[in-house]
Design a protein around this ligand. Structure first.
Ligand code: BTN
Length: 324
C-alpha cells in the first residue's frame, strides 16, 4: 500500500483511529501502525494519541495532478508529455534529466519532498515535506548553447509573475536567478543541460519556491530566507501555487523559444535587486568589485569596473552587495 493513501485520509488534520484508518484502507491496525512509522521517514509531523488515534496537526495540502492542471492554459496542457507528482524523490532535476536524455519535451515533475534537492554551485536545496514547491520540466531549444544564456533569467521573470498573481508584491530578482523579497531568498532556479551540446539543446529547468517553510527545516538554510505565505500574509493553496507557477513557466519557455531573451529584459530590470549598487562578483578563481548596471539583451550582467563595462555571463558565479 502506498503512503499516499494514508496521507490523504490524514490530510484533514483531524484525529482518525487506527480502526477507522484500517477499515478505510482494508488493512489491519498493526499494518496502520507500520504505515504511520513510514510517514516518520518522510518527516511528516504525525501525532499518535492513545484512545484518539493519529493526526497531522494543521493537516496537509497535497499536490494533485488533476487539480493543478486546472491552472494551465489549453496550449500548455497540450504541450505536457506527462505530469508526475512524487511523494519523495532525491531530486526532481535528476529525474527530469533522465527524460531530457530520452529527448522527451514537456515532461513535468513535482515532488512533495526531495532528499537530495540540488541548488546552484553544488549547494543543497532544503526540501521539507508538503510545504514548498519543487518543480522540474524538460524543454528543447534550437540555436546552440549561446541561445540559452538568458534562459534562467526569463524563468525568473516567469516565476515572479506567477508569485505576483498569487499575491506576492515587491519581488526582486538577483542576477543570475534568485528570487528575493526584501533581500531574503524566496526561490531559486537551476537550469541543467542534458547530453552533448549541439544546435538542439535538451534542458531541464528546476525551480524551488519557499511557500510555507517550517522553522525546523529552515535551520539548514545558510542564507537569509523568506516564504510566500509570510510575504502575502495568508495561507496559499499549494495546487493553485504549483499550477500557476507551471503555467507561467511553460508560457515563457514557449516565448523564449520563439523570440529569445530580449522580450524579457525590461521586466527583469524592473525587478533588479542590485541595480546601480556596488557589488562583489565571485568566481572559483577571483573576486571583482564594481557597480551592477543591469543586464544586456542576452541576459549578461553589465558590471562597471575601473576598466569600463564588463559583460558577465552566468555559470558558477555569485553576486553580493559590497559592504559599505
Ligand atoms: C538555487 O540554488 O537557487 C537553485 C535552487 C533550485 C532548486 C530546485 S527544487 C526543484 C529542482 N530540483 C532540484 O534538485 N533542484 C531544483
Amino acid at each position: 500500500m502506498s503512503a499516499r493513501k494514508i496521507l490523504s485520509l490524514l490530510a484533514d488534520g483531524e484525529f482518525h483511529s487506527g480502526e477507522e484508518l484500517g477499515a478505510a484502507l482494508s488493512i489491519t491496525r498493526s499494518a496502520v501502525w507500520k504505515q504511520a512509522k513510514k510517514l516518520e521517514d518522510l518527516q511528516v509531523e504525525l501525532h499518535s494519541v492513545k484512545g484518539r488515534g493519529y493526526c497531522i496537526p494543521g493537516g496537509l495540502n497535497l499536490l494533485e495532478p488533476e487539480v493543478l492542471k486546472l491552472s494551465l492554459s489549453e496550449d500548455n496542457l497540450s504541450a505536457l508529455a506527462d505530469l508526475q507528482v512524487h511523494l519523495e524523490i532525491d531530486s526532481t532535476n535528476r529525474l527530469a534529466l533522465e527524460f531530457a536524455a530520452k529527448q522527451v519535451p514537456g515532461f513535468v515533475c513535482f515532488a512533495e519532498q526531495q532528499s537530495a534537492g540540488r541548488g546552484r554551485r553544488g549547494r543543497a536545496w532544503v526540501s521539507p515535506f508538503a510545504r514548498n514547491i519543487y518543480l522540474s520540466l524538460t524543454w528543447a531549444f534550437d540555436g546552440g548553447v549561446s541561445a540559452l544564456e538568458g534562459l534562467s533569467l526569463a524563468v525568473g521573470v516567469a516565476a515572479s509573475n506567477a508569485l505576483k498573481e498569487l499575491g506576492g508584491g515587491n519581488l526582486e530578482l538577483k542576477w543570475p536567478n534568485d528570487l528575493l523579497h526584501e533581500g531574503k531568498k524566496l526561490g531559486g532556479i537551476l537550469v541543467e543541460m542534458s547530453g552533448e551540446v549541439s544546435d538542439r539543446c535538451w534542458v531541464v529547468i528546476g525551480i524551488g519556491i519557499n511557500l510555507q517553510m517550517p522553522s525546523s527545516a529552515a535551520r539548514d538554510i545558510d542564507q537569509p530566507w523568506t516564504d510566500l505565505e509570510s510575504v502575502v500574509g495568508h495561507s496559499i493553496d499549494r495546487n493553485l501555487a504549483a499550477g500557476t507557477l507551471l503555467n507561467h513557466i511553460m508560457t515563457t519557455l514557449n516565448g523564449y523559444q520563439k523570440n529569445g531573451f530580449a522580450a524579457y529584459r525590461d521586466d527583469w530590470q524592473q525587478m533588479d535587486a542590485f541595480k546601480d549598487q556596488p557589488v562583489v562578483l565571485s568566481t572559483m578563481l577571483k573576486q571583482t568589485t564594481g557597480i551592477a548596471r543591469g543586464i544586456n539583451n542576452k541576459g549578461a550582467l553589465l558590471l562597471e569596473t575601473r576598466n569600463g563595462i564588463e559583460e558577465i555571463t552566468g555559470g558558477e558565479v555569485s553576486l553580493r552587495k559590497q559592504q559599505q
